[in-house]
Design a protein around this ligand. Structure first.
Ligand code: MOS
Length: 696
């Protein structure tokens, strides 16, 4: 392990090794499914075989005859839920089927194998109704949601867009699309549910134990303190574990019928493709107008995407176009098609990732039309203040990222002509794209600090580390907040026994939890001074940040990619990518780098590999495994040069940090697509860029 920095108050910024690293590599960090229980039971779900309709009959006799079967649970015998308003979560409460793969029952058995075998023996009869499971903007009925996610307005209009286009010297009007994609953390969604004496304990793979407790206690009509959720270690989430899904409810319902024995439910990889969310497919029309100098005068971003009939999910895809570039007019819209499908959900940079693919591809096309270098084109359209709110930025260093990235990548001598560089049958090209992500702070966190004696402090907060490094970074933050060294801090997270904390989502964790810890430390010192007694403690909630009224707050970045495209086969390789970010003060250079490399890689994956293919006749994802749903392996990922600029932002939070979990993916796919255009002269506007789109 890296030695802890010894100067008190100087832990933030140290490239500390992960404090949970040894536990993880020795296999001693318990994930939800791995907790040891006496006589656990295993759940295997029964999922609807129709995309829409009703269950008309269930024959469980063969399943019940399996010796290990404990119960077969269906809507006919499931306990009633107290709150059924959330139609994604309120499963087994009626005979209705809302999408293919929805839970219509489960078998709980003494072993996983018996549960799985018995589940396959349950005969379910259905009455099927007409369904619509594929986004087809020209056929679907579209509607405008009241607002889009994170509370943003559905549509915005600023200035006279129509006249900007009527008088434009240069204009662009193109449509881009991104496919349905599925979150696939290495650890699948997992729950171990146990009821004892009216109390429910969930060992759960989640991005927020308190959010699970809130939802589950409400649905089961329990006082919050009767539900405990435990998740100290989580093997990835990418948004799908940001809210509980129906699998958690199913495990809890089954366990309720078997008081006193834990019920274990881990989704199979194939089951990960139904019911735990996905990135909605998008169709995005981008319009850009510019004058002769390449100054944008009009921007339009109209997004069409899908939601589920049973629950609205309105992704905020057009929102980056509201703030990225200066323009005297702009219009942005979102329209939804409500389909007979599972509910879409968060997937790393929901909104920004698909939205910036479209915008940053269009910016590249527009630079070509204007005869400008794409970096120069972006710099010419750098706004002074936030174009949407008019507020100054707390810090905005997009231009510095573009310039520094150009230096590191070697952009200077680039010949902009497509197909100008070749190496045998490989066409070589380079591309650039901007990146951004908002600085979110989520309300609702509290932290408790207790002096344990012997210079040691315990810090308790129900936060989550989903692989991001929060165990380590929150320890560093706690040390500085208290003015002690890292070794004097014992962090406790991942349990509802610790004070409420917001979810690990929206790259908001460090801002929200870190601000809360700073406030708790201030309160502790105020109450107990520098020389506390054993057992002294203090608790505080996250304070408001009045600067959010005065400043727009976002992180920025620049991506560069080199691609090689085989002229004969259309194979795309990406030998190197450069990412430079302006993300405020970096708490830990090692974990930060991991987050950024991971995000960029996921953008590369979005560019070239990921696509969930739905068979419209049956309503299911056909390529529902890692043999056919492709993500990059080491051989697909070239050299990753990731760095950040020194950015001092005194307004965002006490640490001066901006979130880094998501910005890496934003714009990364566009940089690859723009490089593919430069290499081949072929502009692929529909992701993923598969070889068939490059062979002519
Ligand atoms: Mo992240 S997709 O906000 O969990």
């Amino acid at each position: 392990m890296t030695t802890a920095p010894q100067a008190p108050g100087r832990a933030i910024g140290a490239p500390l090794d992960r404090i949970d690293g040894p536990r993880k590599v020795t296999g001693t960090a318990p994930y939800a499914y791995e907790y040891r229980f006496e006589s656990p039971l295993y759940l295997f779900p029964i999922r609807s075989e129709i995309p829409r309709g009703r269950v008309t009959g269930i024959d469980a006799s063969a399943a019940e005859a399996i010796p290990g079967t404990v119960i077969v649970i269906t809507h006919e015998n499931a306990p009633p839920l107290s709150d059924t308003r959330d139609r994604e979560l309120s499963i087994l409460q009626s005979d209705e089927v809302a999408f293919r793969g929805q839970y219509v029952g489960a078998v709980v058995a003494e072993s996983f194998e018996e549960a799985r075998h018995a589940a396959g023996l349950v005969r379910v009869a259905y009455e099927e109704e007409q369904h619509e499971a594929i986004l087809k903007p020209e056929e679907n009925e579209l509607y405008a949601p009241e607002q889009v996610n994170a509370g943003f307005p559905t549509d915005t209009e600023d200035g006279d867009v129509d006249s900007a286009f009527a008088t434009a010297a240069v204009s662009l009007d193109e449509t881009y699309s991104t496919p349905m994609e599925h979150n696939n953390p290495m650890e699948p969604h997992t729950t171990v549910a146990m009821w004892e004496g009216g109390n429910l304990t969930l060992h759960e793979s989640t991005q927020g134990v308190h959010s699970v407790r809130r939802t589950i206690s409400r649905m089961f009509g329990l006082d919050r303190d009767r539900v405990r959720v435990v998740a100290p270690y989580v093997g990835g989430g990418f948004g799908s574990k940001g809210l509980p899904h129906a699998n958690t409810v199913l495990a809890a319902l089954a366990a309720q019928m078997i008081e006193g024995r834990p019920v274990k439910f881990a989704l199979t990889r194939q089951q990960m493709f139904t019911g735990v969310g996905y990135r909605t497919p998008t169709v995005q029309r981008i319009r850009l107008a510019a004058d002769r100098d390449g100054q944008l005068t009009g921007m339009g971003h109209d997004t069409i995407e899908q939601t589920a009939k049973i629950k609205e999910f309105a992704e905020q895809t057009s929102t980056p176009t509201r703030m990225m570039y200066a323009s005297r007019s702009r219009r942005t819209t979102h329209r939804l098609a409500a389909l007979d499908v599972p509910v879409p959900s968060w997937m790393r940079a929901p909104g920004e990732a698909p939205g910036m693919f479209a915008l940053e591809s269009a910016m590249d096309e527009m630079a070509v039309k204007c005869g400008l270098d794409p970096i120069e084109f972006r710099i010419r359209n750098e706004p002074e203040n936030d174009p949407e709110s008019g507020l100054p930025y707390s810090s905005r260093n997009l231009v510095a990222c573009l310039r520094q990235g150009a230096d590191r990548f070697g952009w200077e001598d680039r010949d902009p002509t497509p197909r100008s560089q070749r190496d045998g049958s490989w066409l070589v090209g380079t591309g650039v794209a901007s990146s951004t992500y908002p600085v979110y702070r989520m309300p609702g966190s509290r932290a408790r600090i207790r002096y344990e004696g012997d210079e040691r402090y315990a810090i308790e907060i129900g936060a989550a580390d989903i692989g991001t490094g929060a165990w380590t970074t929150l320890t560093q933050i706690s040390a500085d907040a208290l003015g002690v060294v890292v070794d004097d801090v014992e962090l406790r997270i991942g349990d509802t026994n610790f004070p409420s904390a917001s979810v690990a989502g929206g790259s908001s964790g460090i801002t929200s939890w870190g601000s809360t810890i700073f406030e708790a430390a201030r309160t502790f010192r105020e109450q107990h001074g520098e020389d506390p007694s054993v057992g002294d403690q203090a608790e505080a909630r996250m304070p408001d940040n009045p600067e959010t009224q005065n400043y727009a707050m976002s992180a920025f970045g620049a991506h560069f990619a080199e691609v090689r495209v085989d002229e004969d086969t259309g194979e795309v390789r990406v030998p190197r990518m450069t990412g430079v970010f302006a993300v405020g003060n970096v708490i830990n250079a090692k974990t930060a780098r991991s987050q950024l490399v991971g995000g960029i890689t996921m953008g590369l994956s979005m560019a070239l590999h990921e696509e969930s293919l739905v068979d419209g006749r049956f309503g299911h994802v056909v390529n529902h495994d890692f043999a056919e749903y492709h993500i990059p392996t080491n051989a697909d990922v070239g050299e990753m040069d990731v760095s950040w600029i020194e950015e001092i932002d005194p307004y965002v939070n006490p640490m001066g940090s901006k979130g880094i979990g998501e910005i890496g993916i934003v714009g990364s796919a566009a940089a690859v697509a723009n490089a593919v255009y430069h290499a081949t002269g072929i502009r692929v506007r529909d992701l993923p860029i598969t070889p068939d789109k490059l062979v002519r």
